[in-house]
Design a protein around this ligand. Structure first.
Ligand code: DGY
Length: 323
Protein backbone atom coordinates (compact mmCIF):
# COMPACT_ATOMS: atom_id res chain seq x y z
CA UNK A 1 0.00 0.00 0.00
CA UNK A 2 1.29 3.49 -0.83
CA UNK A 3 2.34 5.66 2.14
CA UNK A 4 -0.01 8.49 3.01
CA UNK A 5 1.00 11.78 1.38
CA UNK A 6 1.96 14.50 3.87
CA UNK A 7 2.45 18.20 3.02
CA UNK A 8 4.42 20.38 5.45
CA UNK A 9 3.96 24.15 4.99
CA UNK A 10 7.23 25.41 6.52
CA UNK A 11 10.77 24.15 7.13
CA UNK A 12 10.88 21.89 10.24
CA UNK A 13 13.98 20.82 12.21
CA UNK A 14 16.01 18.43 9.99
CA UNK A 15 15.71 15.57 12.48
CA UNK A 16 11.92 15.73 12.28
CA UNK A 17 11.83 16.06 8.49
CA UNK A 18 14.02 12.95 8.21
CA UNK A 19 11.80 11.00 10.62
CA UNK A 20 8.68 12.03 8.69
CA UNK A 21 10.29 10.93 5.41
CA UNK A 22 11.03 7.49 6.83
CA UNK A 23 7.31 6.87 7.40
CA UNK A 24 5.41 8.93 4.85
CA UNK A 25 5.51 10.28 1.31
CA UNK A 26 6.41 13.84 2.33
CA UNK A 27 6.41 17.14 0.44
CA UNK A 28 8.69 19.50 2.36
CA UNK A 29 9.08 23.25 2.04
CA UNK A 30 12.82 23.58 1.35
CA UNK A 31 12.73 27.36 0.88
CA UNK A 32 10.61 28.02 4.01
CA UNK A 33 8.54 30.53 2.02
CA UNK A 34 5.00 30.74 3.45
CA UNK A 35 2.35 29.13 1.24
CA UNK A 36 -0.21 31.48 -0.31
CA UNK A 37 -3.90 30.83 0.48
CA UNK A 38 -4.28 29.31 -3.01
CA UNK A 39 -1.26 27.03 -2.46
CA UNK A 40 -2.70 25.84 0.87
CA UNK A 41 -6.03 25.13 -0.79
CA UNK A 42 -4.25 23.19 -3.53
CA UNK A 43 -2.28 21.23 -0.94
CA UNK A 44 -5.49 20.14 0.82
CA UNK A 45 -6.59 18.66 -2.51
CA UNK A 46 -3.50 16.51 -3.05
CA UNK A 47 -2.38 15.22 0.36
CA UNK A 48 -3.77 12.93 3.04
CA UNK A 49 -2.27 14.94 5.91
CA UNK A 50 -1.80 18.71 5.82
CA UNK A 51 0.71 20.09 8.37
CA UNK A 52 0.52 23.86 8.83
CA UNK A 53 1.87 25.93 11.69
CA UNK A 54 0.62 28.80 13.81
CA UNK A 55 1.49 31.48 11.23
CA UNK A 56 -0.60 29.84 8.45
CA UNK A 57 -4.20 31.05 8.31
CA UNK A 58 -6.21 27.91 7.66
CA UNK A 59 -9.56 29.68 7.35
CA UNK A 60 -12.98 28.67 5.99
CA UNK A 61 -12.04 29.74 2.44
CA UNK A 62 -8.90 27.56 2.49
CA UNK A 63 -10.88 24.68 3.94
CA UNK A 64 -13.48 24.94 1.16
CA UNK A 65 -10.94 23.18 -1.15
CA UNK A 66 -12.59 20.99 -3.79
CA UNK A 67 -11.84 18.20 -4.20
CA UNK A 68 -10.62 17.69 -0.60
CA UNK A 69 -8.21 14.79 -0.21
CA UNK A 70 -6.80 15.66 3.24
CA UNK A 71 -8.24 13.81 6.19
CA UNK A 72 -6.13 15.23 9.00
CA UNK A 73 -4.58 18.61 9.82
CA UNK A 74 -1.52 17.91 11.98
CA UNK A 75 -0.70 21.41 13.16
CA UNK A 76 2.77 22.23 14.47
CA UNK A 77 2.15 24.32 17.62
CA UNK A 78 -0.09 24.28 20.64
CA UNK A 79 -2.35 27.22 19.69
CA UNK A 80 -5.04 26.54 17.11
CA UNK A 81 -6.73 29.91 16.65
CA UNK A 82 -5.19 30.03 13.13
CA UNK A 83 -7.50 27.16 12.09
CA UNK A 84 -11.25 27.59 11.58
CA UNK A 85 -12.24 24.59 13.69
CA UNK A 86 -15.94 24.77 12.74
CA UNK A 87 -15.05 24.70 9.05
CA UNK A 88 -12.63 21.80 9.63
CA UNK A 89 -15.30 19.87 11.54
CA UNK A 90 -17.83 20.54 8.80
CA UNK A 91 -15.41 19.05 6.24
CA UNK A 92 -14.90 15.95 8.38
CA UNK A 93 -11.25 16.77 9.09
CA UNK A 94 -9.40 15.65 12.21
CA UNK A 95 -7.25 18.44 13.73
CA UNK A 96 -4.34 17.89 16.14
CA UNK A 97 -1.89 20.21 17.94
CA UNK A 98 1.34 19.79 19.96
CA UNK A 99 0.72 20.50 23.67
CA UNK A 100 2.95 19.68 26.68
CA UNK A 101 6.32 19.64 24.93
CA UNK A 102 6.55 23.45 24.72
CA UNK A 103 5.20 24.22 28.18
CA UNK A 104 8.52 24.78 29.95
CA UNK A 105 10.23 26.72 27.19
CA UNK A 106 7.29 29.08 26.79
CA UNK A 107 7.13 29.61 30.55
CA UNK A 108 10.91 30.20 30.57
CA UNK A 109 10.45 32.89 27.94
CA UNK A 110 7.68 34.56 29.94
CA UNK A 111 10.12 34.65 32.87
CA UNK A 112 12.79 36.08 30.54
CA UNK A 113 10.46 38.88 29.44
CA UNK A 114 9.41 39.63 33.02
CA UNK A 115 13.00 39.86 34.23
CA UNK A 116 14.20 41.80 31.20
CA UNK A 117 11.38 44.35 31.38
CA UNK A 118 11.67 44.81 35.16
CA UNK A 119 15.46 45.07 35.21
CA UNK A 120 15.74 47.11 32.01
CA UNK A 121 17.94 44.45 30.40
CA UNK A 122 17.15 45.29 26.75
CA UNK A 123 17.59 48.98 27.38
CA UNK A 124 20.82 48.37 29.29
CA UNK A 125 22.27 46.26 26.52
CA UNK A 126 21.45 48.88 23.90
CA UNK A 127 23.02 51.53 26.17
CA UNK A 128 26.26 49.56 26.47
CA UNK A 129 26.50 48.53 22.82
CA UNK A 130 25.86 52.15 21.77
CA UNK A 131 28.93 53.19 23.78
CA UNK A 132 26.86 55.27 26.23
CA UNK A 133 27.97 53.55 29.45
CA UNK A 134 30.17 55.80 31.55
CA UNK A 135 30.53 53.47 34.54
CA UNK A 136 28.81 52.26 37.73
CA UNK A 137 26.93 54.83 39.76
CA UNK A 138 24.24 54.54 42.47
CA UNK A 139 21.37 55.89 40.41
CA UNK A 140 22.20 54.32 37.06
CA UNK A 141 19.36 52.44 35.33
CA UNK A 142 17.41 51.52 38.41
CA UNK A 143 14.71 49.03 37.58
CA UNK A 144 12.04 47.15 39.52
CA UNK A 145 12.71 44.25 41.91
CA UNK A 146 11.05 40.97 40.86
CA UNK A 147 11.75 38.64 43.82
CA UNK A 148 8.90 38.57 46.32
CA UNK A 149 6.42 40.49 44.15
CA UNK A 150 2.91 39.46 43.07
CA UNK A 151 2.57 37.66 39.74
CA UNK A 152 -0.95 37.73 38.28
CA UNK A 153 -1.76 35.08 35.70
CA UNK A 154 -4.63 35.53 33.25
CA UNK A 155 -5.43 31.91 32.44
CA UNK A 156 -4.07 29.03 34.54
CA UNK A 157 -3.36 26.30 32.02
CA UNK A 158 -0.13 24.33 31.59
CA UNK A 159 2.15 27.25 30.64
CA UNK A 160 0.79 29.56 33.34
CA UNK A 161 1.31 26.84 35.94
CA UNK A 162 4.87 26.23 34.79
CA UNK A 163 5.56 29.96 35.08
CA UNK A 164 3.92 30.00 38.52
CA UNK A 165 6.19 27.15 39.61
CA UNK A 166 9.35 28.93 38.47
CA UNK A 167 8.24 32.31 39.83
CA UNK A 168 7.07 30.99 43.20
CA UNK A 169 9.82 28.48 43.91
CA UNK A 170 12.64 30.38 42.19
CA UNK A 171 11.73 33.97 42.93
CA UNK A 172 9.51 33.77 46.02
CA UNK A 173 6.65 35.43 44.16
CA UNK A 174 3.07 35.33 45.37
CA UNK A 175 0.88 33.87 42.61
CA UNK A 176 -2.69 34.95 41.91
CA UNK A 177 -4.72 33.90 38.86
CA UNK A 178 -8.05 34.00 37.12
CA UNK A 179 -9.27 31.21 34.86
CA UNK A 180 -12.92 30.52 34.03
CA UNK A 181 -12.02 26.80 34.09
CA UNK A 182 -10.79 25.87 37.59
CA UNK A 183 -7.50 23.91 37.70
CA UNK A 184 -7.48 20.25 38.81
CA UNK A 185 -7.69 19.78 42.58
CA UNK A 186 -4.43 20.34 44.40
CA UNK A 187 -2.66 22.16 41.54
CA UNK A 188 -3.16 25.68 42.90
CA UNK A 189 -2.38 24.59 46.46
CA UNK A 190 0.97 23.07 45.47
CA UNK A 191 1.99 26.46 44.08
CA UNK A 192 0.30 28.39 46.89
CA UNK A 193 -1.55 30.10 44.03
CA UNK A 194 -4.72 31.98 44.89
CA UNK A 195 -7.66 32.18 42.53
CA UNK A 196 -9.41 35.50 41.97
CA UNK A 197 -13.04 35.73 40.81
CA UNK A 198 -12.36 38.10 37.88
CA UNK A 199 -9.58 39.23 35.55
CA UNK A 200 -10.07 42.70 36.97
CA UNK A 201 -9.18 41.48 40.47
CA UNK A 202 -5.91 40.06 39.12
CA UNK A 203 -5.10 43.28 37.28
CA UNK A 204 -5.67 45.45 40.36
CA UNK A 205 -3.45 43.36 42.64
CA UNK A 206 -0.53 42.14 40.52
CA UNK A 207 2.89 43.73 40.12
CA UNK A 208 3.41 41.64 36.97
CA UNK A 209 0.52 40.44 34.81
CA UNK A 210 1.27 37.54 32.46
CA UNK A 211 -1.24 36.46 29.80
CA UNK A 212 -1.86 32.74 29.26
CA UNK A 213 -5.32 32.51 27.73
CA UNK A 214 -5.99 31.16 24.23
CA UNK A 215 -6.34 33.57 21.31
CA UNK A 216 -9.46 33.92 19.18
CA UNK A 217 -12.81 35.70 19.16
CA UNK A 218 -13.57 35.25 22.87
CA UNK A 219 -10.36 36.79 24.18
CA UNK A 220 -9.76 39.42 21.46
CA UNK A 221 -8.75 42.71 23.16
CA UNK A 222 -9.38 41.27 26.63
CA UNK A 223 -6.69 43.72 27.73
CA UNK A 224 -8.32 46.92 26.50
CA UNK A 225 -7.82 50.46 27.68
CA UNK A 226 -10.29 50.11 30.60
CA UNK A 227 -8.60 46.96 31.92
CA UNK A 228 -5.08 48.30 31.40
CA UNK A 229 -6.27 51.27 33.47
CA UNK A 230 -6.90 48.95 36.42
CA UNK A 231 -3.26 47.84 36.59
CA UNK A 232 -0.90 49.41 39.12
CA UNK A 233 1.14 52.33 37.79
CA UNK A 234 4.34 50.39 38.55
CA UNK A 235 3.12 47.12 37.00
CA UNK A 236 4.36 45.31 33.89
CA UNK A 237 2.38 43.36 31.27
CA UNK A 238 3.89 40.15 29.83
CA UNK A 239 2.37 38.51 26.75
CA UNK A 240 3.51 35.13 25.41
CA UNK A 241 -0.05 34.05 24.53
CA UNK A 242 -1.49 35.66 21.40
CA UNK A 243 -1.11 39.24 20.13
CA UNK A 244 -4.80 39.94 19.72
CA UNK A 245 -5.51 39.33 23.42
CA UNK A 246 -4.14 42.88 23.88
CA UNK A 247 -5.51 45.98 22.16
CA UNK A 248 -2.14 47.19 20.90
CA UNK A 249 -3.28 50.79 20.35
CA UNK A 250 -4.53 50.92 23.94
CA UNK A 251 -1.26 49.38 25.16
CA UNK A 252 0.86 51.99 23.37
CA UNK A 253 -1.31 54.71 24.89
CA UNK A 254 -1.06 53.18 28.39
CA UNK A 255 2.73 52.91 28.12
CA UNK A 256 3.07 56.41 26.77
CA UNK A 257 0.92 57.96 29.52
CA UNK A 258 2.59 55.96 32.30
CA UNK A 259 -0.60 54.03 33.14
CA UNK A 260 1.69 50.99 33.49
CA UNK A 261 5.46 50.84 33.87
CA UNK A 262 6.38 48.58 30.98
CA UNK A 263 5.74 45.45 28.95
CA UNK A 264 7.45 42.33 27.67
CA UNK A 265 5.94 41.05 24.45
CA UNK A 266 6.59 37.95 22.36
CA UNK A 267 3.39 38.11 20.28
CA UNK A 268 1.64 40.88 18.35
CA UNK A 269 -1.56 41.70 16.53
CA UNK A 270 -0.93 41.17 12.80
CA UNK A 271 2.49 39.43 13.13
CA UNK A 272 5.13 39.94 11.88
CA UNK A 273 4.24 43.63 11.87
CA UNK A 274 5.20 45.44 15.08
CA UNK A 275 4.04 49.05 15.59
CA UNK A 276 6.81 51.65 15.27
CA UNK A 277 5.45 53.21 18.48
CA UNK A 278 6.39 50.07 20.44
CA UNK A 279 9.77 49.80 18.76
CA UNK A 280 10.54 53.36 19.83
CA UNK A 281 9.81 52.73 23.53
CA UNK A 282 12.65 51.88 25.93
CA UNK A 283 10.36 50.38 28.61
CA UNK A 284 9.17 47.59 26.32
CA UNK A 285 11.01 44.33 25.61
CA UNK A 286 10.13 42.96 22.18
CA UNK A 287 10.89 39.40 21.04
CA UNK A 288 9.90 37.78 17.71
CA UNK A 289 7.49 35.02 18.89
CA UNK A 290 10.27 32.90 20.41
CA UNK A 291 8.22 31.16 23.15
CA UNK A 292 8.89 27.59 22.01
CA UNK A 293 12.08 28.34 20.07
CA UNK A 294 14.65 26.01 21.61
CA UNK A 295 16.08 23.19 19.50
CA UNK A 296 14.89 20.56 21.98
CA UNK A 297 11.34 21.89 22.01
CA UNK A 298 11.01 22.50 18.27
CA UNK A 299 12.18 18.91 17.61
CA UNK A 300 9.76 17.59 20.24
CA UNK A 301 6.89 19.56 18.65
CA UNK A 302 7.61 18.03 15.25
CA UNK A 303 7.87 14.54 16.74
CA UNK A 304 4.51 15.10 18.38
CA UNK A 305 2.96 15.88 14.97
CA UNK A 306 4.58 12.71 13.62
CA UNK A 307 3.13 10.68 16.49
CA UNK A 308 -0.34 12.07 15.82
CA UNK A 309 -0.10 11.19 12.11
CA UNK A 310 1.30 7.73 12.85
CA UNK A 311 -1.60 6.94 15.21
CA UNK A 312 -4.21 8.37 12.85
CA UNK A 313 -3.01 6.38 9.83
CA UNK A 314 -2.79 3.23 11.97
CA UNK A 315 -6.52 3.65 12.64
CA UNK A 316 -5.98 4.73 16.27
CA UNK A 317 -7.11 7.94 18.00
CA UNK A 318 -4.40 10.62 17.68
CA UNK A 319 -3.04 11.72 21.04
CA UNK A 320 -3.69 15.46 20.64
CA UNK A 321 -7.02 15.62 18.87
CA UNK A 322 -8.59 19.08 18.94
CA UNK A 323 -11.38 18.27 16.44
C1 DGY B 1 2.25 27.83 19.69
O1 DGY B 1 2.69 26.69 19.62
O2 DGY B 1 1.05 28.08 19.70
C2 DGY B 1 3.24 28.95 19.83
O3 DGY B 1 2.70 30.18 19.72
C3 DGY B 1 4.40 28.73 18.93
O4 DGY B 1 5.24 27.97 19.70
Amino acid sequence: MASPKVIVTRKWPAQVEEALQREFDVELNRTDTPLTPAEMKGALGRCDAFCPTVSDSVNAETLSAEPLRAKIIGSYGVGFNHIDLDAARARGLVVTNTPDVLTDCTADLAMTLMLMAARRAGEGERHLRNGQWTGWRPTHMMGTKVTGKVLGLVGFGRIARAMADKAHHGFGMKIIFHDPVPPPAGVAGALKAESRPTVEDVLREADFVSLHCPGGRETRHLLNSARLGLMKAGAFLINTARGDVVDQVALVDALRRGVIAGAGLDVYEGEPRVPADLIGMENVVLLPHLGSASTETRVAMGMRVLENLRLYFAGKPPRDRVV
